[in-house]
Design a protein around this ligand. Structure first.
Ligand code: NAD
Length: 244
């Protein structure tokens, strides 16, 4: 029970990496508060759930008022925009930065004070932000806007980590490779040639396969647990060797 006694909130826990992380953290003894914009997707999770759209300041603040101080927060919500810089409209830019980056400002502004209280009481608290290997770490074709937002997440993570390094609050970024999730399946299905698109996604993973969510969740549990107590400000890759 590596997370026993910890209360952890996860955003975008309705499907994909967020959902698998909620289940993995609960299995390690955490009280998990699983949230998602789409409440229907939270059905079937055997834990406390709340509808939460992280693009709404009001929604984040309203939920904060119903929560205990948190030991852990996993900002998982994000959207993959497709295209080169020549495809990016102002609207796309604002949408992706709002969901992938500004959402973290909203949740941190609301929830970090409580986490700092917990860190003072217990000596530790952990904030985990979802980035990607497609970020400041590595460029990928047709991922201009996505890569820019995830690079911003890494910068934000390091800034938070350094500001609070003496408090017990740690802040890290998770940088997965290509993970088989509903949204990846959606990107494959919407490609002009879905069979080739799947082959291309697999080809960019040197291990010759996509990651499963179970390949990613052990790092989530580690970073939210006290086992990672000397780890902060890091962009933690789980990418199957993509960036060797
Ligand atoms: P997904 O895209 O399959 O699911 C995303 C979830 O986010 C859905 O349940 C959706 O309802 C929820 N969501 C969307 N907008 C929201 C909002 N405004 N507020 C709250 N919830 C919202 O999930 P995934 O592929 O596991 O991706 C999760 C995160 O992991 C994203 O940040 C993504 O960028 C990142 N990531 C994914 C991969 C991958 O290959 N799948 C790789 C690296 C990083």
């Amino acid at each position: 029970m590596r997370l026993k006694g910890k209360t952890i909130l996860i955003t975008a826990a309705g499907q994909g990496i967020g959902r698998a992380s909620a289940q993995a953290c609960a299995a390690e003894g955490a009280r998990v508060i699983a949230t998602d914009r789409d409440a229907n997707l939270l059905a079937g999770l055997d834990m406390e759930t709340h509808a939460l759209d992280v693009t709404s300041d009001a929604a984040v603040l309203a939920l904060r008022d119903r929560l205990p101080p948190l030991d852990g927060l996993f900002n998982c919500a994000g959207f993959v925009a497709n295209g080169t810089i020549l495809d990016v409209t102002d609207k796309d830019w604002d949408f992706s930065f709002d969901l992938n980056v500004k959402s973290m400002l909203r949740t941190c502004r609301a929830l970090l004070p409580g986490m700092l209280e917990r860190a003072q009481e217990t000596g530790t608290a952990s904030l985990l932000n979802m980035a990607s290997m497609a970020s400041s770490i590595k460029g990928f074709p047709n991922r201009t806007l996505y890569g820019a937002t995830k690079a911003a997440v890494i910068g934000l993570t390091k800034a938070i980590a350094v500001d609070f390094v003496k408090t017990g609050l740690r802040c890290n970024a998770l940088c997965p490779g290509t993970v088989d999730t509903p949204s990846l399946r959606g990107r494959i299905a919407s490609a002009a040639d879905p069979v080739q698109a799947e082959k291309d996604f697999i080809a960019r993973q040197p291990m010759g396969r996509l990651a499963t969510t179970d390949d990613i969740t052990p790092m989530v549990v580690f970073l939210l647990s006290d086992e990672s107590r000397f780890v902060t400000g890091q962009a933690c890759l789980v990418d199957g060797g993509c960036t060797i």
